[in-house]
Design a protein around this ligand. Structure first.
Ligand code: UD1
Length: 394
């Protein structure tokens, strides 16, 4: 990892911003932010695309996720350059974590004078860094803009809405996201439909992922097991809700073996609970094993946002244990069923999946070319008075 709280301008291996028209249009480096597990795989293709075009870029890791299995493994497996700045903020309440990131990020922006700050996703790091950059007058690009669950109790929904509001360029993964932004009044000039950058990472790593053979190593048959992941506070923080989910998953595991990589957030709660023996719990897996486990699963049961998308790309049935989704295209076009936590609804959806009655297709622009479209949109963007709420500060 790079220097902690390093506020000196970075020495990225690609210092040349004069790489033709691309570099010429930018006054400083493109600063890409990552901090939590669901976003590391989104920065890989972007970093590679910026490097390919010789556009100076620096990576900031906020340290929101810090366990090697939640962070380092993604950098190693996806050959993402080590961060130029590591803010090491760690865990805390939402306010504490967000505030720590903001405090640590501001001097980094002041030192690097980036032309853009790119914030992917909807985690606390996304929110914190977008606000800091906007207030310093640096253009903000939100990668994965426009997603809405309309569930204000979900911390990520607050993060999404606020991040979009302070961003200059809204990089939408799907037409529903563009519709949301249009309905909220964002001008078309601030929105670019670029597709899903997770598909870039998935499609280019799938064969490598399968070659690691995690499925046979776990004693599983391809197409003969289910994959479970749970980490949303609404599912795992209340022992009564978690117990009810465990009961229905236990019944299902009698039909099809279930494997469950356990998120650190759930570990402690689970220690005091009765987990059905037919569910195999394993440590959190890295990106490649996660993809391989999804690709060969007969069914995926999850409350993850990213896995709703990954299963849709892979054509694997997904049962989402939430009442809302900010990714409706995974239902309308993909393989996702949204069932909440009602045991009967979970059973019915699982039956459809196990009967092979779930079909889907990969949405347009989830094609592996999103990183290129992101960079094109940034280069084409001109700060203008038609940004929602007035002119850009840059
Ligand atoms: C965060 C994101 C969520 C995302 C999830 C993926 C927010 C609001 N939430 O939730 O959108 O889906 O990441 O994992 O940003 N912990 C560790 N090791 C780590 C990181 C966390 O043990 O490396 C434990 C800590 O006890 C911590 C808890 O997990 O308090 C929660 O971590 P936090 O980053 O606050 O939220 P997540 O639940 O991971």
């Amino acid at each position: 990892m790079a220097d902690q709280h390093d506020t000196e301008p970075s020495s990225s291996p690609v210092p040349d911003t004069g790489g033709g028209p691309a570099g010429a249009a930018l006054s400083g480096p493109v600063m890409v932010v990552a901090g939590a597990r669901p976003n590391f795989m989104k920065v890989g293709p972007l970093q590679a695309e910026l490097d390919r075009r010789s556009i100076h870029n620096v990576l900031v890791h906020t340290g929101q996720h810090y366990d090697p299995a939640m962070s380092d493994v993604f950098f190693d497996e996806l050959s993402i350059r080590h961060p130029d700045h590591h803010l090491e903020v760690g865990s805390g309440s939402h306010a504490v974590q967000t505030a720590r990131i903001m405090e640590a990020f501001e001097p980094v922006v002041l030192a690097e004078e980036p032309s853009w700050v790119v914030v992917p996703g909807d985690v606390n790091s996304t929110l914190a860094c977008s606000i800091v950059a906007a207030k310093l007058g640096v253009r903000v690009a939100h990668l994965e803009a426009g997603l809405r669950s309309r569930d204000w109790a979900m911390p990520e929904e607050v993060n999404r809405v606020v991040t979009d509001r302070v961003s200059d360029l809204l990089l939408a993964p799907s037409p529903d996201a563009v519709e949301n932004l249009t309905a909220e009044g964002y001008p078309a000039s601030a929105v670019a439909l670029v597709g899903n950058i997770m598909a870039d990472t998935l499609l280019s790593n799938l064969e490598r992922a399968k070659a690691r053979r995690v499925v046979p190593h776990l004693g599983l048959e391809p197409g003969g097991y289910g994959l479970v992941t749970l980490h949303r506070p609404s599912n795992v923080d209340d022992p009564a809700i978690l117990a009810s989910l465990l009961a229905v998953l236990g019944d299902l595991a009698d039909e099809v073996p279930l494997v469950w990589p356990v998120h650190p957030r759930v570990r402690q709660t689970l220690e005091q609970m009765n987990v059905p023996a037919a569910i195999t719990r394993i440590d959190p897996v890295g990106y490649l094993d996660s993809i391989a486990l999804q690709a060969d699963a007969r069914i995926v049961l999850t409350d993850s946002g990213g896995m709703q998308e990954e299963t849709t790309v892979l054509g694997v049935p997904c049962v989402t244990l939430r009442t809302t989704t900010e990714r409706p295209i995974t239902i309308s076009e993909g393989t996702n069923q949204l069932v909440g936590t009602d045991p009967d609804a979970i059973r019915a959806a699982a039956k459809l999946a196990l009967d092979g009655a779930v079909e889907g297709r990969r949405p347009a622009l989830w094609d592996g070319g999103t990183a290129g479209r992101v960079v094109e949109a940034m280069l084409a963007h001109r700060p203008g008075p038609d940004r929602l709420g007035g002119a850009s500060g840059s």
